[in-house]
Structure formats: C-alpha cells, structure tokens
Design a protein around this ligand. Structure first.
Ligand SMILES: *[C@@H]1O[C@H](CO)[C@@H](O)[C@H](O)[C@H]1NC(C)=O
Ligand SMILES: *[C@@H]1O[C@H](CO)[C@@H](O)[C@H](O)[C@H]1NC(C)=O
Ligand SMILES: [Cu+2]
Length: 186
C-alpha cells in the first residue's frame, strides 16, 4: 500500500470510529444534580419533556436509599400513585435502568406520599416512523428494563450522541469527502 493510501485509510477508520460512537447509548440522571427526591419540588415531567430518549439509553436514579426508592409501574398505577404491585422495584440509591423498548416507562417513588408529591417520571421513547412499533397492550410498557451494575457510558456524551439517525448520511458524506481527498493524491 502506498503511503498516501495508508494515511487516507487510517483517517477513514478514525472517522468511521467517531461516527459509530454517535450511536452509543446516553446516560440520563433523573433530576440532574438534584437527583431523585421530594426536596425542592423538582418538576420531573418537565425534566423528561426536555429530553429525547432512545432505546439503549440508561436512566439513572440517584437518591438516599433511606428515604426513597424506585418502582416501575403500569400507566394506571402511575396515574393513581398505586404502589401495591410494582413491575419492578429498585432500592440501591444508585439504580441504572436500561431502556430496552419504545413507548412509555413509568417510574415513581414507592414511599407513601412521595409519588403524590410529584416524585414520578414518565420516560417516553418515541416510536419513530422508520421503526415498527413494539406490539403489546396499550398503556402498559413491556416488562423489560433490567438494572445494570456495570459502568455506563459517560454522561458527557448524552447530548452529542443523539445523532445516530444521521450517522449513515454523515458516513456517506465523510466517505465522499475522502474520495475527493484521495483523488487529489493521484
Ligand atoms: C392498586 O392496584 C392494585 C393492583 O392493580 C389494585 O388491586 C388496587 O385496587 C389498586 N388500589 C387503588 C387504590 O387503586
Ligand atoms: C452511581 O453509579 C455510577 C456508575 O453506574 C457512578 O458513575 C456514579 O458515580 C454513582 N453515583 C453515586 C452517587 O454513587
Ligand atoms: Cu421518595
């Protein structure tokens, strides 16, 4: 391989690796610096509304486990703050939940009074036009949000990583640019 070709090939690899990173999962800490709490009347609805969640993203609940917990519940239970039969309960104080399906994922704190006080959040992964909707009864998210204890992707990537849909067109653009560059070598 000629030197110039090798340089171009290596540069292409770097660009492709960078683009692949774009489709990596994001980590969202619920409530940001405030975390998961009843103090300060955090508007978790507003918090969720200003984010675009995707399948593969990680939702992290950080809280004092002496005072709070996390329950994943159905839509009716969410609306009623009914903690009698949660789909899943998390109690470590630092729970990372991988979102594996599209649609709504309802969580609240199961400590009496806390959900009513607003400690509840609806993580909604939009069903985009290009992917088929997940089958299942409406208003009930499929039971598939396992907790993970492994180190997660860094939070700083959360915003920039939302561009996965562009990856392929960007990849095409980048390759086109390199083809132009490449032609300059000969
Ligand atoms: C709470 O949910 C359980 C299980 O779905 C149900 O049996 C019960 O009636 C509900 N309680 C209230 C107060 O809605
Ligand atoms: C929670 O866990 C994540 C890793 O999953 C870690 O980066 C973070 O520092 C932990 N937070 C606290 C408050 O322990
Ligand atoms: Cu609580």
């Amino acid at each position: 391989m000629a030197f110039a070709e090798r340089v171009v090939a290596q540069a292409l690899l770097v660009v492709m690796a960078a683009l692949l990173q774009l489709s990596q999962a994001a980590v969202y800490k619920v409530g940001d610096s405030a975390g998961w709490t009843t103090i300060g009347n955090i508007d978790y609805k507003q918090w969720a509304a200003t984010r675009t969640f995707q399948v593969g993203d990680i939702i992290r609940f950080e809280y004092n486990a002496q005072f709070h917990n996390v329950m994943r519940v159905t839509h009716p239970m969410y609306r009623a703050c009914n903690a009698s039969a949660p789909l899943a309960t998390y109690t470590t104080g630092n729970d990372s939940i991988v979102i594996t399906t599209k649609g709504h994922h309802y969580f609240f704190c199961g400590v009496p009074g806390h959900c009513q006080a607003g400690q509840k959040v609806d993580i909604n992964v939009l069903r985009t036009a290009e992917t088929a909707p997940t089958p299942g009864p409406s208003g009930l998210s499929p039971p598939s949000a396992p907790s993970v204890g492994v180190p997660a992707p860094s939070e700083s990537n959360a915003i920039s990583l939302k561009a996965s849909k562009w990856s392929f067109s960007k990849l095409g653009l980048a390759m086109g640019a390199f083809a132009v560059l490449l032609s300059g070598f000969y």
